[in-house]
Design a protein around this ligand. Structure first.
Ligand code: FBP
Length: 554
């Protein structure tokens, strides 16, 4: 038998909390329809593209005394995209609801992400498998992947695989792109009268799949608590040794929700927020000025140490770099036909060729970057066409530029401090942590609820559990039509229907809190030390939600 750590053993026994409305049993649920819905924008275009699934009502569940056992069915589940703590509990909740509804029901897990349903790679999930993964981090129960499920050919293959397994419902656990694809697949199955339902679940540590209806994506809570623990520990080290400036890049892709939440949990000296940089049209030089000011001012107080939080996607929000990346994407799209580039012998030759292909002002920006960043910008895009920001050392770029600025200031006699820097990147450290109690409960409820939506014959919905700052028993469970969250956006040069990504609102309460405190946090040492996630103990510590959720709900 495989050896387990003491915490692994204990967490297997944790009983996730369900909202009271789901506790009466899945066969006793009644569904209440809300108003018919509209997409958040571009209603005409979206309604034309989703003729069969547009305009459906929101739904909520409550419990009745009558039990209704439906005939046995087979369901498939897919984990899509980056890992997020709690994914296993979504599957456990789904499995428990499905078996509770009818012990003859079966759950198939597609292996390695969306490609599993195209290639027909799956396992049947059993008590033994599910029980080994309850309340654990990671997606290793069936694996995940980033294949985009979007073409007619893929849909046909998926249909074929479902027919062979007699599957009548698929649950897709993913972020905004994966849930967009869930909506497309649901619509396609409806059009073909395939009799296969599709339900999405909101996953991503980035926290950018949220809106009026979805309060938070799962995984954000645990990941930010994990990073906040690490940042708090570094702050204590910095405050003890008083000799380093720590530049800490935090994962989160485009949106800065992760950096903002970690800042509110730890009170670092400088927190950069990409959305603010863009709104204020700050140049790279302006960003460097912001950090340098804090370094110089603190140095004048005898403090040659501090903490800078850098959101992962910052580089894409700096206007001159954003323009250069967009131009670079066009150049790279044709690069395989560029014999000069393909035959280039050295990296430096490649930079020169790229520079010559870019428009003049973008060429200038590209050339001004250190070689390390130049080559990171040339790396492959992800399947959705995004620059892989987790692989760009923005924190090191900023360190190099701050150092250069300080050297110049020293030569001019305007600065006399010491600057010793250290770079960190926290991302993968938090994506597979044991889910916090919040994520364990939320995810289990999302999965349980996803099956309830299936059992009522719904398709094209995302599982929704709301009222999340209240105790779990008071959470509200139901479903939101995926088309309600959509708008049209340009992707690869074409307008496409996509779920709207939520960026940090710089006129919202969460950013405002940072804004009101950042001057003080820059100069005084107001560091908070959140410590490790607590899984046991008083509810005020073990069940607490994020500051973001608390501020947004107030
Ligand atoms: P999702 O959007 O799929 O949830 O992924 C989140 C994320 O962790 C981002 O924060 C990060 O930029 C990216 O995945 C890293 O991707 P990869 O795991 O492919 O390195």
């Amino acid at each position: 038998m495989k050896e387990l750590s003491p915490l692994q053993k204990e967490r297997l026994n944790y009983n996730p909390k369900l909202p009271a409305c789901l506790q009466g049993g899945v066969n006793k649920l009644v569904i209440t329809e809300g108003e018919k819905t509209q997409s958040v924008a571009n209603q005409k275009e979206i309604s034309e593209l989703f003729k069969n699934s547009y305009g459906m009502p929101t739904v909520t569940f409550s419990t009745s005394d009558n039990e209704d056992v439906k005939p046995a069915k087979n369901i498939g589940v897919i984990l899509s995209g980056g890992q997020a703590p709690g994914g296993h509990n979504v599957i456990a909740g789904l499995y428990d609801a499905l078996k509770q509804a009818n012990p003859e029901n079966k759950l198939y897990g597609f292996l390695g992400g969306p490609s599993g349903i195209i290639d027909g790679k799956y396992i049947e999930l059993t008590d033994e498998i599910i029980n080994a993964y309850r309340n654990t981090g990671g997606f290793d129960i069936i694996g995940s992947g980033r294949t985009k499920l979007e073409t007619e050919d893929q849909f046909k293959k998926a249909w074929n695989v479902c027919q062979n397994l007699n599957i009548t419902g698929i649950v897709i656990i993913g972020g905004d792109d994966s849930n967009t694809n869930a909506a497309l697949l649901a619509e396609w199955f409806l059009e073909k009268k395939a009799g296969i339902q599709v339900i999405g679940c909101p996953k991503t540590i980035d926290g950018d799949l949220k809106n009026e209806q979805i309060e938070i994506s799962f995984g954000f809570d645990t990941a930010t608590k994990t990073y906040a623990e690490l940042v708090g520990n570094i702050q204590r080290d910095a405050n003890s040794a008083k000799k380093y400036w720590h530049f800490i890049k935090l994962m989160g892709r485009s949106a800065s929700h992760v950096a903002l939440e970690v800042a509110l949990q730890t009170h670092p000296n400088v927190t950069l927020i990409s959305e603010e940089v863009e709104a204020k049209q700050m140049s790279l030089a302006d960003v460097v000025t912001t950090i340098t000011k804090a370094v110089v001012n603190r140095s004048e107080m005898g403090k040659n140490f501090g903490i800078v939080l850098v959101p992962e996607g910052l580089i894409e929000f700096i206007p001159e770099i954003k323009s250069m990346i967009s131009n670079l994407n066009d150049v790279l799209a044709l690069i395989e036909d560029d014999a000069d580039y393909m035959n280039a012998q050295t990296e430096v030759e490649k930079y020169e060729i790229i520079k010559n292909r870019l428009e003049p002002q973008n060429a200038e920006v590209y050339s001004s970057l250190p070689n390390m960043i130049k080559s990171q910008l040339l790396m492959d895009r992800d399947p959705h066409g995004n620059v892989q920001v987790s692989r760009i050392d923005t924190e090191k770029l900023l360190i190099a530029m701050v150092r250069e600025r300080l050297t110049k200031m020293k030569e001019e006699g305007r600065y006399n401090g010491k600057f010793s820097d250290l770079a960190h990147f926290f991302g993968y450290e938090g994506r597979c942590a044991f889910p916090s109690n919040f994520d364990a409960d939320y995810c289990y409820s999302l999965g349980f609820n996803a099956f309830a939506l299936m059992n009522f014959g719904l398709t094209g919905y995302i599982s929704s559990v709301r009222n999340l700052t209240a105790p779990a028993k008071d959470w509200v469970a139901g479903g939101i039509p995926l088309t309600m969250m959509m708008n049209m956006e340009k992707r690869h040069g074409e307008f496409k229907p996509v779920i709207k990504k939520a960026l940090v609102e710089i006129d919202g309460p969460v950013f405002k809190y940072l804004q009101d405190h950042r001057e003080e946090w820059a100069m005084e040492d107001c560091y908070l030390f959140p410590g490790a996630i607590q899984y046991f103990g008083p509810s005020e510590v073990a069940d607490i939600t994020t500051r973001t959720l608390q501020l947004e709900k107030n």
